[in-house]
Ligand binder design. Structure first.
Ligand SMILES: NC(=O)c1ccc[n+]([C@@H]2O[C@H](COP(=O)([O-])OP(=O)(O)OC[C@H]3O[C@@H](n4cnc5c(N)ncnc54)[C@H](O)[C@@H]3O)[C@@H](O)[C@H]2O)c1
Length: 496
């Protein structure tokens, strides 16, 4: 896979900071240039939010975070970078000047993306010596969670650049979509502008307040949009007769007088005051950081739900997350370093994330099973049962689990698991995992489990191949010399 090796972010505000977070959490070193005296603090805050979100987003082992350096000059920042992302304020003269300067100092092969929300790339690349590698990479806030970047070339951008940019974004969990032609505001902001204009009219005309308008979106078509967008949703609305029927039925409505989309409301002081007051009433009891955290938790939840879409293959942004996780497992989780077998194996280190706690503030029951399941997966990777193996049609399935709850895990608590193999044969592995509080070492839960090696196509248990068993045997033999863990072999409700 084509990957970014080193990135530079020019401009580290809301968007530049979030690009930096996306890249750093994707394991890429980033040099940042932003003359703002508080740039470090601002980027640091965005990064903290992003790390919190990633801890909830995936159980796949995150890559070691890239190194973030703040440069004294643009020239210093772009040195050695193969992806440079410009995110300075939305003014043509400023952006063109910055991009021309990046062009002067960067490696001529480095890709240069602009975060502009609407300026045509042809305008931005006008004074460049190597304009063929410059394009718009328009992201959506928060860049570290929302996968999309609209990739738009100018008159002098080469088509290969856009394809390369798309490929380079994939390993950091982003979905590049290439537009066929440049147009002001691209696709996303054109759509948003239209709905924004109409929304302003509805508030202006006192049809509803800001809260009602937001409710109309989030309890209805907003949910549809997150998973199928506009046209696929309407195709379903057409019923069995499909899209043509839908267009025939609703097309004539377009001439009805229910839209003001061509008129722009006068955003005068009175309307600004009205919107600000309604928005304060709607959301003023929560601070911006709190709203950001809620937004991030919700977005994580949506992506996780969509990861299971299409029968588990992943759908929309959930498919991008599934692919990102595959990449993470292959990079980090795929490590085959053999740990010390003479002790139970420490296989998973994790933290109780916000999405894992119940109404008591404690880790909810099924998350224990999730951690034990992740521990089983880690054991399997260690003996060679990885994605490639599973794709070839064989795997181990868990057929029995007995969990004992011994203590509570709270939000933010650091945890780890250790696993002891109890016995194995050519089809089965029986093992015992203990979940510990990382700070005190106390045992919080244990699980005794049995896995069966299966031929997934035939849906039958079958003997594991020799090479897998050869990797399992030394672990099992070493663990057989350890004392049987307290609680192994217990039945449910057994006294002492
Ligand atoms: N905010 C959004 O939701 C959003 C979404 C997509 C795209 N964008 C686009 O991203 C770009 C940045 O927007 P933002 O919201 O992050 O703005 P911002 O004001 O938060 O950040 C801009 C940053 O650029 C820095 N800067 C100014 N001149 C500079 C220079 N010469 N060199 C380096 N840094 C410089 C500023 O100090 C500031 O930190 C704009 O083009 C905007 O259209 C914004």
């Amino acid at each position: 896979m084509t990957a970014i090796r080193k990135a530079a972010c020019i401009g580290g505000g809301v968007i530049g900071g979030a690009w930096a977070a996306r890249l750093l959490l994707g394991g890429i070193d980033v040099s940042m240039y932003d003359p703002h005296p508080e740039a470090k603090r601002i980027v640091g805050e965005v990064l903290a939010n992003a790390e919190r979100a990633y801890a909830m987003l995936t159980m796949a082992p995150l890559l070691a975070r890239g190194r973030l350096t703040f440069s004294e000059s643009l020239k210093e920042a772009v040195a050695g970078a193969d992806w440079i992302q410009e995110s300075v304020p939305e003014r043509l003269d400023l952006k063109r000047g910055v991009i021309t300067e990046i062009d002067r100092y960067a490696d001529p092969k480095a890709l240069i993306g602009s975060s502009t929300s609407g300026i045509m790339p042809t305008e931005l690349q006008r004074d460049m010596k190597h304009p063929e590698r410059m394009f718009v990479a328009h992201p959506y806030n928060p860049v570290y969670l929302l996968p999309l970047a609209e990739l738009v070339g100018g008159e002098r951008t080469s088509p290969e650049t856009l394809e390369l940019a798309k490929a380079m974004l994939a390993p950091i969990g982003m979905k590049g979509v290439i537009l066929k032609k440049e147009i002001e505001a691209f696709v996303g902001d054109r759509l948003l502008e239209a709905i924004w204009r109409e929304g302003l009219w509805l508030i202006h005309d006192d049809i509803c307040d800001t809260e009602t308008l937001d409710d109309v979106i989030r309890y209805s078509f907003g949910m549809r949009w997150a998973q199928m967008g506009l046209f696929e949703t309407y195709r379903i609305a057409g019923g069995e007769a499909g899209m043509r029927h839908f267009l025939a039925q609703f097309g004539p409505c377009l001439s009805w007088p229910w839209t003001k989309l061509t008129d722009v409301v006068d955003l005068n002081d009175a309307l600004v005051d009205k919107i600000a007051a309604q928005s304060d009433a709607q959301s003023g009891s929560r601070g911006i950081r709190e709203l950001e955290r809620i937004r991030d938790e919700n977005l994580v939840g949506i992506m996780q739900a969509l990861k299971g879409g299409d029968g588990g293959k992943g759908w929309g942004s959930g498919k991008v997350l599934a692919d990102f996780e595959k990449h993470l497992w292959a990079k980090g989780g795929g490590k085959r370093e053999m740990p010390d077998f003479s002790q139970p194996l420490r296989l998973v280190d994790t933290k109780v994330s916000a999405a894992w706690v119940d109404y008591n503030g404690h880790m909810t029951e099924h998350r224990y099973l999730q951690i034990f399941g992740d521990t089983s997966d880690a054991l399997l990777r260690l003996i060679g049962v990885d994605f490639a193996y599973v794709e070839k049609g064989h795997s181990y399935y868990t057929v029995e689990t007995h969990i004992r709850h011994l203590g509570e895990a709270k939000l933010g608590q650091a945890l780890y698991t250790v696993l002891q193999v109890l016995s194995f044969d050519e089809k089965r592995i029986r093992y015992f995992t203990t979940l510990h509080d990382a700070q005190t070492g106390d045992a919080l839960a244990t699980a005794e489990q049995l896995m069966l090696h299966v031929d997934s196509g035939a849906g039958k248990a079958t003997a594991a191949p020799k090479d897998i068993l050869a990797r399992l045997r030394p672990i099992a033999e070493a663990h057989a010399r350890l004392p049987v863990p307290d609680g192994a072999g217990r039945s449910v409700g057994q006294k002492t």
